[in-house]
Design a protein around this ligand. Structure first.
Ligand code: FAD
Ligand code: NDP
Length: 509
């Protein structure tokens, strides 16, 4: 047990209601809960604990990116992830829609262009409003916010260091690690000096120009998609397969669609060096087997080669917290680390899908278990997600590959369809990549995977994820009446199986 030696007056002095920050240079302040990291998971956990009447402190601190970009409270999602990404994706969709609108009778000039400065300014203003909103909420809920970098002194004590080097000491029997991650750079000359990452692109005030995106997963493909949609000459370099872990038929359709949209795909290449040459960047690259090399010039090189959890500077040894080989905190199903009273949630925890709603739900449920006698655990299965590429790819449950390896090819049924969104038909847009796949367990008919490539896939799939959580079967799915004319209705109309070998192209209503 911690000795509760701090007088209540001392706590007040330290500023439970002190607004933005509160600092003490002497004794440690005692809290019911300390959260290190004010991002998606940390803020959700802290606010929930405060709602349950607890005395909570949150430390959040952003170290600038190698090229100097920095931002405020709210974490990756708010500042350099989901939010600015979705807004830029939306900006690119507006461009496509403007082109389509000619077919809907609008007079639109041929050479419409996007103004990056104006777009990025609007996006940044929106992000700043969210930063402000988080601070207001913390204040309203009496959560003490420290704009300080947290590290452990022992399993009950956290040291916070401010940007001016001021140190504060905080104590609690319960500490949550919610530090998230930051982009990983390839070990090549010029990477950190000249390249940027998703930490920088949304805060860049000048237009990126001709851009090379390195990395073929979520971040790389999404960034390449909106950059091309905004009118920039865009190349994506993929060293092995696109969207590792996702259904590979869907992934290759995503990539084909990006290629059709004008994005150059460099498959099987890795970068070896980035050099500055006056106003451009020369990128030396080679095939994975080293058989071919080339150098190409770009205005911007955006690295999206994965992310590392921010655990190495937390002094976790002093607290007895064990890390996995990948540097994430090893946790059990209750989010408990190897150290008593220390928990980890979100991107910094081992084996958790790196998604905002996952971190938020895990944080809230943890606070309820700690302070409201709840025993509800976070269920990490059947988690829906969407890749916001120009044509969105929404997915929930197993990929076809995973279903085959888990159940065996003869034990699953794959229902699928190529469909044409009505909106595309009149605009004469290419719909050859609009595709749906539902994978069912053959015996019970239970749907175990659902994949949708098409407009607004994220919006469409959310409800079907609810059905999957409730154990929906193929028969139940097909008994539902569609909403006509929508893309979503194609899911309840699926009737071609892959096994049949019949052409799955939907024709007519
Ligand atoms: P974070 O949100 O990263 O928050 C951690 C916070 O802790 C940060 O503010 C960090 O600076 C701070 N911190 C770190 N170390 C310390 C320390 N020692 N002391 C004090 N503070 C510290 N997910 C989706 O669901 N949908 C999307 O569309 C989506 N798009 C994304 C797009 C991009 C480009 C990226 C990079 C990610 C995207 N994600 C998306 C993933 C999502 O952003 C993360 O899964 C989510 O933010 C993780 O939340 P977290 O609380 O674990 O960490
Ligand atoms: P990932 O780890 O998913 O992918 C990294 C990519 O970089 C892979 O294509 C990998 O290739 C490639 N790569 C790694 N090292 C190198 C190298 N040295 N040279 C060339 N290529 C390399 O990371 P992301 O940053 O894309 O995404 C991180 C997480 O963020 C995701 O898992 C997701 O959970 C979350 N996120 C969610 C989004 C959403 O919900 N819409 C959007 C964006 C991010 P290889 O496959 O060969 O290893």
């Amino acid at each position: 047990m911690l000795s509760r030696t701090l007088a209540p007056a001392r706590l007040t002095l330290l500023g439970r209601n002190a607004g933005r920050c509160a600092y003490s240079e002497t004794a440690a302040s005692l809290y019911d809960l300390i959260v290190i990291g004010g991002g998606s998971g940390g803020l959700a956990c802290a606010k929930e604990a405060a709602d349950l009447g607890k005395n909570v402190a949150v430390l959040d601190f952003v170290k600038p990116s190698p090229i100097g970009t920095k931002w405020d409270i709210g974490g990756t999602c708010v500042n350099v992830g989901c939010i600015p990404k979705k807004l830029m994706h939306q900006a690119a969709i507006h461009g496509h829609n403007l082109q389509d609108s000619k077919k809907y009778g609008w007079s639109v000039p041929d050479n419409i262009t996007n103004n990056w400065q104006s777009l990025s300014k609007s996006v940044q203003m929106h992000v700043r409003s969210l930063n402000w909103g988080h601070k207001v909420q913390l204040n309203e809920k009496n959560v003490t916010y420290y704009n300080a970098y947290g590290s452990f002194l022992n399993s009950n004590t956290v040291k916070g260091t401010t940007s001016e080097g001021k140190e504060i000491l905080l104590e609690s029997e319960r500490i949550v690690i919610a530090v998230g991650g930051r982009p990983r750079y390839p070990q090549i000359p010029g990477a950190k000096e000249y390249c940027m990452t998703s930490d920088d692109i949304f805060w860049k005030s000048e237009p990126p120009g001709k851009t090379l995106v390195i990395g073929g997963s979520y971040v790389g493909l999404e960034c390449a998609g909106f950059l091309q949609g905004l009118g920039f000459d865009t190349t994506v370099m993929i060293r092995s397969i696109p969207l590792r872990g996702f259904d590979q038929q869907m992934a290759s359709l995503v990539l084909d669609n990006m290629g059709t949209n004008g994005i150059t795909i460099k498959n099987g290449f890795v970068p070896t060096q980035v050099m500055k040459n006056d106003d451009t960047l020369d990128v030396e690259m080679q095939t994975v087997d080293g058989s071919a090399k080339e150098v190409s010039s770009y205005d911007t090189v955006l690295i999206a080669t994965g992310r590392d959890a921010l655990t190495s500077t937390l002094n976790l040894d002093s607290a007895g917290v064990k890390l996995s080989d990948s540097g994430k905190v090893i946790v059990d199903e209750c989010e408990r680390s190897s150290a008593n009273g220390i928990y980890a949630i979100g991107d910094a925890a081992q084996g958790r899908p790196e998604l905002t709603p996952v971190a938020v739900k895990a944080g809230k449920l943890l606070a309820q278990r700690l302070f409201a006698d709840s025993d509800q655990l976070m269920d990490y299965t059947v988690i829906p997600t969407t890749v916001f590429t120009p044509l969105e790819y929404g997915s929930v449950g197993l990929s076809e590959e995973a279903a085959i390896s888990f159940y065996g090819e003869d034990e699953i049924e794959v229902y699928h369809a190529f469909y044409k969104p009505l909106e595309y038909a009149m605009a004469e847009r290419d719909s050859s990549h609009c595709y749906i796949k539902a994978i069912a367990e053959r015996g019970s008919g239970k749907i175990i995977g659902m994949h949708l490539l098409g407009p607004n896939a994220g919006e469409v799939l959310q409800g079907f994820a609810v059905a999957m959580r409730c154990g929906v079967t193929y028969v139940q799915l097909s008994s539902v009446v569609g909403i006509h004319p929508t893309c979503a209705e194609e899911i309840v109309k699926l009737h071609f199986t892959k096994r049949s070998g019949l052409d799955p192209t939907v024709t007519g209503c």
